[in-house]
Design a protein around this ligand. Structure first.
Ligand code: DAS
Length: 361
């Protein structure tokens, strides 16, 4: 005779299974807090003013990384944080040597299993440039997040502390893995390639005007709604590990009544590449075109960009790029086109290969 379990014994078994599951859950180790290293470089986020209402005319790059961390005890709730003072400068003074030092340090740290993400505190003036440079040369999928502030640390409603908190929680998140170098400012997540500073002083200065930001940080959580379609980090062909210098690339501006003096001066000083930030769709003034042709004939790589800031720079639109052997910047603004051209010139002098790079990154 087979024994039919009674309803009572089935309920007892179910109750025991629930107890075991609950006990297992209770013993599950807490999710490990991510290890995030903050690399401090200076800027307004580390700035101090004479009074709490001083929001211009303050001194940038005066507060050290440990003081920045100490000022935001909430960081300990979202990550295990350590800090390094890589530089202490206002970012208008950032140069190629700083970038190479910073990029090499980032890559060394991210290769360590005990580092899950990096936050870089930075001045806002060239933040978009450092972010794009790192987007092209960091060799890891781990999050790298740049952050700055529009008000000094001493100001009423300073934005630095909350920006730093948001940047650290973003760098500690799984959602940020593989998204390329990111910028966390003003509760928003933006991509290094397309973000730009659009105001001299307001809290919402950083925007991605037409291509759009990637998401928000709200309630101590990141929310992504889009991601960049362009290659970055481990998917690029650029490697700075053995570089001690970058090729000299300069920018000339287009405007009414422009002449070739600035261009000729840069070429005479040894520029290997020129970004021509032209009016409109990268138009070239008749007074400048002969100097651009002469520069190209000397082997200087010429990229047509626009001073406008948004939109596609059309090849063979406002100039005969095929005939002139010029490159067009696609949607990169002049200061970012300069960064890509510098790195491209560490790989090749071929204008066709470099045009491919401008359509890839
Ligand atoms: N001079 C600015 C800079 O360091 C201050 C700032 O906005 O961060 O970029």
């Amino acid at each position: 005779m087979t024994h039919q379990p009674t309803r009572r014994s089935m309920m007892a078994l179910f109750g025991f299974m629930l107890f075991v599951a609950g006990a297992a859950q209770a013993e599950a180790p807490p999710a490990r807090l991510a290890n995030v290293t903050i690399l401090a470089t200076g800027g307004t986020i580390a700035g101090t003013g004479a009074t709490s209402t001083t929001t211009v005319g303050y001194t940038a790059a005066t507060v050290g990384v440990q003081a920045l961390i100490k000022a935001v005890p909430e960081l300990a709730k979202v990550a295990h944080v350590s800090g390094e003072q890589v530089f202490q400068i206002a970012s208008e003074n950032m140069d190629n040597e700083h970038w190479l030092t910073l990029a090499k340090r980032v890559n060394v740290l991210l290769a360590q299993s005990n580092v899950d993400g990096i936050v870089i505190t930075h001045g806002t003036d060239t933040l978009e440039e450092t972010a794009y440079f790192l987007d092209l040369v960091v060799k890891s999928r781990k999050p790298v997040v740049l952050v700055g502030a529009m008000r000094p640390s001493t100001a009423l409603s300073a934005d630095g502390p909350i920006n730093l908190y948001n940047a650290v929680l973003l760098a500690a998140s799984q959602e940020a893995v593989g998204k390329g170098v990111l910028v966390a400012m003003n509760d928003q997540i933006q991509a290094a390639r397309d973000i730009t500073k659009t105001n001299t002083s307001t809290l919402d200065a950083f925007r991605t005007p037409e291509l759009g930001m990637l998401g928000y940080i709200q309630g101590s959580r990141p929310f992504f709604y889009r991601q960049s379609t362009r290659k970055h980090t481990i998917d690029t062909e650029f490697d700075v590990s053995a570089l001690t210098a970058l090729p000299q690339v300069d920018i000339v501006y287009g405007y009414a009544n422009v002449g070739p003096v600035a261009l000729d001066a840069f070429v005479a000083a040894g520029a290997k590449g020129i970004i021509h930030a032209g009016v409109g769709d990268g138009s070239l003034a008749d007074k400048v075109l002969p100097a651009l042709k002469a520069a190209r004939a000397k082997g200087v790589l010429i990229v047509r960009a626009s001073r406008v800031g948004q939109g596609i720079l059309a090849r063979n639109g406002e100039a005969k790029d095929d005939e002139l052997d010029f490159v067009v910047a696609d949607t990169l603004n002049a200061q970012k086109a300069r960064i890509l051209l510098m790195l491209a010139l560490t790989r090749t002098g071929s204008s066709k290969e470099i045009q491919r790079m401008f359509y890839t990154y």
